[in-house]
Design a protein around this ligand. Sequence first.
Ligand SMILES: *[C@@H]1O[C@H](CO)[C@@H](O)[C@H](O)[C@H]1NC(C)=O
Ligand SMILES: *[C@@H]1O[C@H](CO)[C@@H](O)[C@H](O)[C@H]1NC(C)=O
Length: 149
Amino acid sequence: MSLFKCSHSISVSELLLLLSLVSGSCQASVLNGVVGEEVFLPCVTTEPVVKTTKVFWRDGNDTAVLNIEDSKDTFSSPKYSGRVSSFPEEYPKGNFSIVIRNLRLEDADTYDCDIPDQDFTLKVKLEVTGQLLYSYSKCCLNPELSANT
Ligand SMILES: *[C@@H]1O[C@H](CO)[C@@H](O)[C@H](O)[C@H]1NC(C)=O
Ligand SMILES: *[C@@H]1O[C@H](CO)[C@@H](O)[C@H](O)[C@H]1NC(C)=O
C-alpha cells in the first residue's frame, strides 16, 4: 500500500498539466482581460461536492481572491473585495467559477482554484491589457516621438 502511495505522488494539478500538454490544449488556461472590464475565471470540479466543501481562490502572491465556505462566499482580501463574484447557485454542480470586475493591469497573474478536500488545484493564467494606444496618444510617455511630429 505504502509503495503504491509513494509511486503515485503526482498531484492533480501536475496531472492536469500533463493531460493538457498531451492534448495540446495548454493555451486554454490563458485568459485575456482588458483594464476596467471583467473576466470570467473558470473552475469546475467533477468530484461530488457537499455543503462543507471549501474552495480557495488565490493569486500568485497567495492573496485571497475569494474563499467559499459552507456554500457562501466568505472572504476576499482588500485588493479584490467588491470586485469578485461567484455563482452560489452553481456550487452544488461543482462550478466554483468567479468573475473579477474592474480589472487593473496588476491583476495579470496566475490564479489557483484550490479545493483541499479533493486535492484539486486548477491554475488559470490571466493576462491584462490596457488601452495603451489611447494613453500614449494623450500623454507624453514617448517625448521623442511627439518631438518628431
Ligand atoms: C506580490 O508581493 C510583492 C511583495 O510584497 C509585491 O511587490 C508585488 O507587487 C505583489 N504582486 C501582486 C500581483 O500583488
Ligand atoms: C458555471 O457557471 C457560470 C455562471 O452561471 C456559467 O456561465 C458557466 O457556464 C458554468 N460552467 C459550467 C461548466 O457549467
